[in-house]
Design a protein around this ligand. Structure first.
Ligand code: ATP
Ligand code: MG
Length: 465
């Protein structure tokens, strides 16, 4: 088999030099997930320097390491000026030699879910490469591309942002044939300032679209006209657009999503074809992600009937709606693990799923939604009505969640804790058989601690951590 990276390509792609020639079958930036045969890239991280891990990476089976500092007695090395910039060049080289179709997904929420729905479908149709987890930023996207073999049929990339100006350069690196914008919501509004600025930033993905590329856009979004105007500004009137939503004009139109606790029976009109399928991921937001996904499938010229039937095997991902049973001495409880991400839109979506659960008690366990700037207190307070409608009791933690807590009706108001560490042991004692528990908050609120504490109650997992 041709190795992913040959020595000459490493030099040509990065402009660097090799201490000794080596091949690589993969690319890694983290020794904890490194696989034998990988090129290890020594990046500067928050409070860490990947150069300190080079020796360990080589011992773990890396065939070589890309560094911008020589490390005496250690090799083989690919020596470059700057490892982050060189990783981007590696990604650009991999993209240039790629012969398949590239799809890129951005949006305020639903990126990883849509990316994984596309991976599920496309993997059945041809060799498919896709981003790991939420690898969507200035290192995640280049890494995804650098790992891509030239002859795969499809690549599904995720593109994200925290600040204005981040999406366009990533889109130009990915050069997608199909660019999907899932949603435009007030995530990261603290950095962007307004919903209009967020829409403009999402639309910047179109700056990287290939000449005959297709944009897949959310017709129901109040920001759709702005996305459309941006598309016209960047590409003129000839750009092909596939829309998804509930409106009559949508190319991929959700006609009905009959929701139950475990999923939805979906009926849709996909470019004039009536399609029905079961989606084993509950909530209307998941049905809408499926519409975005089918929009991308149609954009590629593939069969939406086949795609919809494959989608039946899709289940929500860890931290993004995954469901698990917590085994207790006298019964069990249902855990809805939403600990990966929290903003107004995703909180409302997840609370709606909690509302659908036929439980003895529906318990919402919520941590702070971060990066909302001045909008933070109000975004939390206005969520109180949704939380109250979906839950029998609401426990929260964090300073911003105090605003939600104070706005809750007394009938559902549980406890407020300073942080997830304080909430976790309380909840472990509080949970009882028959409960359904939603745990959600921004990643930085560390609600995974709460999830881990609940998981640890299940006997086989107790003490595993
Ligand atoms: N279309 C949607 N509308 C509203 N909420 C959604 C939608 N899709 C997913 N969600 C919610 O957002 C959460 C995160 O989903 P996902 O990981 O797919 O988003 P993401 O855009 O990749 O997020 P991140 O910016 O953290 O990478 C889910 O757990 C769910 O609560
Ligand atoms: Mg993501």
């Amino acid at each position: 088999m041709t190795p992913l990276w040959a020595p000459d390509d490493l030099i040509e792609a990065t402009g660097g030099s090799l201490t000794t020639p080596f091949h690589a079958s993969g690319v890694s930036i983290d020794t904890r997930t490194l696989r034998p045969g990988d090129l290890f890239v020594a990046l500067l991280g928050e409070g860490r320097d990947g150069h300190d891990f080079v020796a360990g990476a080589l011992e773990s089976g890396a065939t070589g390491a890309m560094t911008h500092r020589t490390i005496p007695g250690v090799g083989p090395l690919l020596c470059v000026d700057d490892t982050l910039a060189a990783l981007a060049r590696l990604g650009a080289f991999a993209r240039a030699r790629f012969t398949g179709q590239v799809l890129a997904v951005t949006g305020s929420v639903g990126k990883t879910t849509t990316k994984e729905m596309l991976r599920t479908i496309l993997s059945v149709l041809g060799p498919t490469h896709a981003a790991v987890a939420s690898y969507n930023n200035h290192w995640g996207l280049p890494l995804t591309l650098a790992r891509m073999a030239p002859d795969m049929a499809f690549c599904v990339a995720e593109i994200g942002m925290n600040h204005a100006g981040e999406i366009a350069p990533l889109a130009r690196l990915a050069r997608p044939h199909v660019a999907v914008i899932t949603t435009v919501e007030k995530a990261h509004i603290g950095f962007l300032g307004s919903i209009e600025a967020i829409a403009d930033e999402k639309a910047a993905i179109l700056a990287g679209l290939e000449p005959d590329g297709v944009a897949v856009l959310p017709l129901d979004s109040p920001q759709f006209p702005r996305l459309h105007a941006n598309a016209a500004r960047i590409h003129g009137a000839k750009l092909r657009i596939v829309t998804f939503g509930t409106g009559a004009e949508a190319d991929c139109r959700l006609l009905a999503a009959d929701a139950d606790a475990n999923g939805s029976d979906v009926r849709a009109d996909i470019t004039g074809r009536n399609i029905r399928f079961r989606l084993n991921a509950p909530g209307r937001h998941m049905a809408m992600n499926a519409m975005a996904t089918l929009g991308a499938i149609v954009a590629l010229g593939l069969d939406p009937d086949v795609a919809a039937s494959v989608l039946e095997s899709f289940v929500p991902l860890t931290g993004r709606g995954a469901r698990r049973t917590v085994i207790l001495p006298e019964g069990s409880a249902l855990l809805l693990d939403e600990s990966y991400n929290g903003n107004g839109a995703s909180m409302r979506a997840a609370l709606e799923v909690l509302r659908l659960q036929p439980a003895r008690r529906r318990i919402a366990v919520l941590g702070d939604m971060l990066e909302l700037g001045e909008a933070g207190p109000n975004e939390h307070a206005t969520l109180a009505a949704y939380a109250a409608a979906a839950s029998d009791i609401v426990h929260v933690c964090g300073p911003l969640m105090r605003h939600l807590y104070d706005a809750l009706p007394a009938s559902v108001r549980g406890e407020h804790f300073p942080d997830a560490e304080a909430l976790a042991p309380f909840l472990s004692a509080f949970v009882a058989p028959g409960d359904a528990i939603l745990v959600k908050g921004s990643l930085g609120s560390r609600m995974k601690r709460v999830v881990d504490a609940l998981d640890a109650l299940t006997p086989s997992q107790a003490g595993a951590a």
